[in-house]
Design a protein around this ligand. Structure first.
Ligand code: GDP
Ligand code: MG
Length: 162
């Protein structure tokens, strides 16, 4: 089986945008039994000649569930299935309570975690990423999903853990 990267994070940080950038047109939607397991979106990606599977754990929202429960389930799926977990946050809101909660879950899992600070659309925003060291997940990687910048460094780091 391919090594697996899972993308987690609260709604609207840009998970799907980043997933689409990485996966291109190789996306398939997999629906689990309703009410049993979250729906997910899977794709195959490739970087430096290495193939991997990628999961957008927030792929299909379960709006009937409370916000925090949704994110917790995403993190559980990621911890169970992924070799590398990418936690997406956003420079627009800074570090939120939900980010801290997910970061604690991921930290305890002992899986490799790469911390993305998304929406760093211009160089002036880069200085803001240092606030994200407080999540305790190491170096924050500045990304703009909209512009497609910063993802090369993220994938370089991810393949080290395959
Ligand atoms: P998700 O809920 O985490 O999957 O987030 P989405 O990928 O659906 O993005 C949520 C919103 O943020 C959308 O309006 C995106 O266009 C926007 N967005 C995503 N990435 C960026 C980015 O790098 N910069 C800016 N400014 N907006 C972004
Ligand atoms: Mg999404």
């Amino acid at each position: 089986a391919n090594p697996t990267i899972a993308i987690v994070g609260r709604p609207n940080v840009g998970k799907s945008t980043i997933f689409n950038r990485i996966a291109g047109d190789r996306i398939s939607i997999v629906e689990d039994t309703p009410g049993v397991t979250r729906d997910r979106i899977y794709a195959v990606g490739e970087w430096l000649g290495r193939e991997f599977s990628i999961i957008d754990t927030g792929g299909l929202d379960v709006s009937s569930e409370p916000f925090m429960d949704n994110i917790k389930q995403q993190a559980e799926v990621a911890i169970e299935e992924a070799d590398v977990i990418v936690l997406v946050t956003s420079v627009k809101e800074g570090v939120t309570d939900a980010d801290e909660m997910v970061a604690r879950m991921l930290y305890r899992s002992n899986k490799p975690v790469i911390l993305i600070v998304n929406k760093v659309d211009n160089p002036e925003l880069r200085s803001e990423i240092y606030n994200f060291y407080s999540l305790g997940l190491g170096d924050p990687y500045p990304v703009s999903g909209s512009h497609g910048t910063g993802l090369g460094d993220v994938l370089d780091e991810a393949v080290k853990h395959f």
